[in-house]
Design a protein around this ligand. Structure first.
Ligand SMILES: [Mg+2]
Length: 303
């Protein structure tokens, strides 16, 4: 047994893939986008949001809910929070309870005003990623346009084998209306439900596939042929990390040094990968050693 373990350790690397979230993982919240004004969002609301990036965009989400979906202003923040908690993202929740709107319209509205220009290239991260000869895949709930913009601003365009975005898991169906509207479906009153939860009432399901649902992870594994048991998953959201752990991934919570349940490694900053996971570079060192040894033999043979 000891021999087997040892053999495995030396013959096969523990990880063969790195799976990254984008927002607040590949770049920290403090690096620029945080400067966005949180128009009229109450402090209690901000305090309850676990994910800083969500706090940044929530002003726009709330505006979308009032302006485009006609939701009353005094109810909108509470509704936004309930949906986020139950469904993982507010958008997934809005679809579940019956609002009809176009995904692209929502994303354009919410991400359209982000100050992307304040984000700077990150050559340190780029070097870290490129120095690892294993698979690197991105898995974000954000839309394709937002993901591409952030990755380009960070100077990481050639660092990933594939970017799994909102559209990858939720290809647009032809039945959806091209413009946002309230539609004709009856809206499930989730606020009343939350105020008085009734176990006999089944909550409506969302058609949106996104983190932190286990199904979203399973789909990504299938699409990319990822083995979760050999993959390190980096995300700033504890909810995503905990689901990731349940589906077999090795987990790295980014943005804090505090370890919680489901977290294998906690990294204050993505730049700390090298210190926290030196074994990732073992394979690189072994390869370099092998090349050196081969060169030595070649030189000796020639001599
Ligand atoms: Mg994130």
């Amino acid at each position: 047994m000891a021999y087997e373990e040892n053999f495995q350790k030396t013959s096969e690397p523990k990880y063969d893939c790195l799976l990254f979230d984008i927002d607040d993982t590949l770049y920290p919240f403090s690096s620029g986008l945080a400067t966005l004004v949180k128009n009229n969002i109450q402090d209690w609301f901000v305090d309850l949001m676990a994910e800083p990036f969500f706090v940044v965009v929530v002003g726009a989400i709330v505006e979308y809910m009032t302006q485009k979906l006609g939701i009353e202003e005094d109810k909108v923040q509470e509704l936004c929070l309930s949906l986020y908690k139950i469904y993982g993202t507010t958008m997934a929740g809005l679809k579940a309870v019956g609002y009809d709107f176009d995904y692209d319209d929502f994303h354009r509205f919410v991400h359209g005003r982000l100050p992307y220009a304040t984000l700077k290239p990150d050559p340190v991260l780029r070097n870290i990623i490129l120095s690892l000869p294993i698979r690197k895949v991105v898995f974000t709930n954000a839309d394709k346009a937002h993901a591409a913009k952030i990755i380009a601003r960070l100077g990481l365009e050639d660092c990933f084998e594939r970017i799994i975005s909102f559209e990858t898991l939720n290809p647009t169906t032809k039945t959806e209306s091209p413009v946002a509207g309230t539609g004709t479906r009856e809206i499930f009153d989730i606020s009343s439900y939350m105020a008085n939860p009734d176990p006999s009432v089944e909550l409506p399901k969302t058609p949106v596939i996104c983190k932190p649902s286990e199904g979203a992870f399973e789909q990504v594994f299938k699409m990319t042929n990822i083995n979760p048991h050999k993959t390190l998953f980096f995300d700033d959201s504890i909810r995503n990390i905990q689901t990731g752990k349940r589906v077999g991934l090795h987990t790295v919570l980014v943005g804090t040094s505090h370890k919680a349940e489901g977290v294998d490694i906690a990294l204050e900053h993505i730049h700390n990968i090298r210190e926290a996971l030196p074994e990732l570079w073992d394979a690189v060192d072994d390869k370099a050693e092998e090349i050196r040894a081969r060169q030595k033999v070649a030189i000796e043979t020639i001599a």
